[in-house]
Write a protein that binds this ligand. Structure first.
Ligand code: GLA
Length: 721
């Protein structure tokens, strides 16, 4: 049993294969005791006892102050001056809550959160607490994932009182780790430079990763890791925290006066204020807490296993992904029947199995200034309609996919003219524009229903097998004409609207493969992964930039979740010239595809396309199911290296990329990881012992050129030694 309550010492033990999560009921309140490496069930309350300080109020004389305790879900107003997990305003103006334990149950099966992504899972602990003053009932949920080092948490707040209350803040989780000698790692960036790894010491005060953009953002991912100062990829303790949420979020790490680190997060309270009427409940999104005693590498592998096994649609999680030819960087808006037909015909016989018609196929869409919202084909460009394009694809042995941006509308569109009240705006303000477009008010169910209908018809009528769902601006004004004075609920309700549409479309079209996108990786989060098995990782398709972006993204998300395409040279975003082989090598460590005009390629490159598809076919199982080992960080030195190893350790894919050539350089030696030391592996016609590969390592030439890569496949030969 993974969850156990010890009646004697009133302690909850949540146990995974490699970790323990322990807390107890003390004086009616929940006190956190331990989250770390697996230990036997025993009393560890000594770690929390006896903390004292001055200027720390207590609920009664002689009691411990909540300001020094390690809390499981801290409240506001009862002496704990650190970040509360929940904050309300009651009808009488009061804000203080004090949740006291009432009961708990251990469920065999986990229930789904209504209208929000939920990890599938089993054993779940539910603890019910009550605030006497306002009659609020708080339920804390913990689902344990024994093999993945993970606990998934969420919270439900019910108004069981006599008056309505306002929720000002409600975290999905909070945990107090009784140490402060930790480093923090976040994934920061911006458009075309998403998820750069940034590590520094955690210090007193509050460190926050957050977004107020209405989406999880290019800028800071809803992820934070805390780790030992000496932790690296292979050793040391590491904690990873990730929200299963796509909207404005906040995750904070706070170090207090007595050296406790509090980590908590959820919906960003800056744009949140929820009216909870008597009898109503509010459910938070889920938060994933991962522990690793074997460094950051194992932390990431835990996330990858968890998301592949329990989050991503099981119909697709381990299924070979479509190898896509996307036409965006071939033509941008400038295409017609002829150019599309030629491109599609050229793909015949390459092994590419899906053609995706990107932006620009619908009425009025000759630039990004118009057309969004009117999802009808532009017959001036495509005289045979989408059907003719789909027919061309079939003739070339490919499936047909299409780009949409369902949450947006252009001012110059039929939809906007018919429903100006369906956009996000304040009635007395001219709304800000982003990429010339406005955002549809997805907090309004009528808007969502309309979009459901239009997109469903589009998919039904056009034999579409693949959808790229884009979202190309951030939200402003945060006002809904529909919600009016309840507009501070807008940010969260908008995302619930997005989920409702995604739920409807993915359930109605189970055979259609959905790819997420937001100007590249602007909404690359676990909640989107629940609906979309892969996400366009970045608009930056340059091989070197992608080495950084995909490396950072892998801290939390599996390789198969990242779409990565081989694109033209010089690269359209960076103008960098990289070898074709480097572009295919980098695009092998993700869900691969192409984003270039096949008609503009040299004969050698055209052959290279086919070769890449064949090569990828042979290793796609590793990308879908394997264990990732990061070997050299592009953020730290002149090389990037990583490998992915099959679970049975019989096969592995390895890459080394040199950033810049140097004269008379040192010979790089890379020690491989994750292999079986007793196996013999073959690569390039030579045999190596697994023990040699991991301890002696491999030596590479010192004259690799700028951006040159070495890609190697290792397969086991013969029996164990
Ligand atoms: C976004 C996407 C691109 C492309 C364009 C089309 O920027 O990230 O891949 O689809 O929109 O407008």
């Amino acid at each position: 049993m993974a969850i156990h309550f010890n009646e004697r010492n009133k302690t909850f033990y949540i146990g995974g294969k490699d970790f323990s999560y322990i807390f107890r009921i003390k004086d009616g309140r929940l006190q956190h005791l331990f989250f770390g490496k697996r230990i036997k069930e025993q009393d560890v309350s000594y770690i929390a006892d006896g903390r004292k300080t001055e200027f720390a109020p207590t609920v009664s004389d002689g009691a411990e102050s909540s300001d020094v305790l390690t809390q499981e879900y801290p409240v506001y107003g009862r002496g704990d001056y650190r970040e509360p997990a929940v904050l309300i305003t009651a009808a009488d103006g009061g804000r203080t809550t004090d949740f006291i334990y009432r009961s708990h149950s251990i469920l065999k099966n986990k229930s789904k959160i209504s209208g929000m992504p939920t990890l599938r899972g089993g054993e779940t602990l539910v603890i019910e607490l009550q605030d006497e003053l306002y009659g609020l009932i708080l339920s804390l949920y913990y689902t344990v994932y024994e093999d993945c080092g993970a606990v998934v948490r969420r919270v439900v707040l019910k108004n069981g009182g006599k008056s309505d209350v306002i929720i000002n803040k409600i975290n999905s989780f909070s945990v107090d780790i009784p140490r402060c000698d930790l480093d923090k790692i976040c994934l920061q960036g911006g458009w075309a430079k998403e998820r750069g790894v940034e590590r520094s010491a955690l210090t007193h005060g509050i460190f926050e990763v957050s977004s107020t953009r209405g989406s999880s953002s290019h800028h800071l991912n809803p992820f934070i890791a805390l780790c030992d100062k000496n932790a690296d990829e292979n050793v040391g303790e590491a904690y990873g925290f990730n929200l299963v949420y796509s909207g404005s979020f906040s995750v904070k790490a706070q170090v207090d006066q007595l050296g406790i680190t509090r980590v908590g997060g959820g919906i960003n309270e800056k744009d949140f204020r929820w009216a909870l009427k008597v009898g109503e409940s509010f459910e938070t999104p889920e938060a994933v807490l991962v522990y690793s005693a074997e460094g950051l590498g194992k932390m990431s592998r835990n996330f990858h296993d968890l998301y592949r096994e329990y989050l991503i649609n099981p119909a697709y999680a381990y299924k070979k992904r479509p190898v896509v030819l996307n036409c965006w960087e071939s033509f941008y808006f400038d295409f017609n029947d002829k150019s599309l037909s030629e491109l599609i015909a050229k793909a015949k016989g390459t092994g590419i199995d899906t053609f995706v018609l990107d932006d620009g196929w619908f009425v009025g869409r000759n630039s990004d200034k118009a057309g969004l919202g009117d999802w009808h084909v532009d017959y001036d460009k495509l005289s045979g309609g989408l059907k003719a394009v789909a027919d061309d694809c079939r003739a070339a042995g490919m499936k047909f996919g299409i780009w949409i941006e369902p949450e947006m509308v252009s001012e110059d569109s039929e939809l906007y003219r018919a429903h100006p009240d369906w956009v996000v705006r304040h009635p007395d303000l001219t709304p800000c524009k982003g990429r010339h477009q406005l955002v549809l008010d997805f907090a309004n169910p009528d808007t969502v229903d309309y979009v459901k209908g239009v997109i469903s018809d589009l998919l039904k009528e056009n034999d579409v097998s693949y959808v790229k769902w884009d979202m190309n601006r951030n939200i402003t004004e945060f006002y809904s004409v529909y919600l009016k004075e309840r507009s501070q609920e807008f940010a969260h309700r908008y995302i619930l609207g997005v989920y409702a549409l995604a739920e409807h479309l993915t359930a109605s079209f189970p055979d259609v493969f959905f790819e997420g996108c937001s100007g590249g990786g602007g909404r690359f989060d676990a909640a989107m992964l629940y609906y979309f098995p892969q996400i366009w990782t970045s608009d930056n398709t340059d091989a070197l930039s992608r080495a950084f972006i995909q490396y950072g993204t892998s801290f939390c998300y599996p390789l198969s979740a990242m779409s990565g395409h081989v694109s033209a040279c010089p690269n359209h975003q960076t103008a960098r010239i990289t070898p074709f082989s480097s572009r295919t090598a980098i695009a092998s460590f993700c869900s691969t595809g192409f984003e270039l005009n096949l008609n503009a390629l040299t004969e050698e490159e055209t052959k290279g396309i086919k070769k890449h598809v064949e090569f990828y076919d042979g290793i796609s199982d590793l990308i879908l199911k394997g264990d990732l080992y990061r070997l050299l960080s592009p953020f730290d030195g002149n090389y990037f290296s990583q490998m992915v190893v099959s679970k049975d350790k019989k096969k592995a894919l390895f890459i080394l990329m040199k950033k810049l050539a140097r004269c008379n350089d040192v010979y790089p030696v890379v020690k491989l990881k994750g292999l079986n030391e007793n196996f013999t592996y073959e690569t390039g016609g030579r045999l190596y012992g697994g023990d040699a590969l991991m301890n002696v390592g491999l030596k590479f030439p010192n004259d690799l050129k700028d951006f040159e890569t070495v890609l190697m496949v290792f397969t086991v030969r013969g029996a164990e030694k």
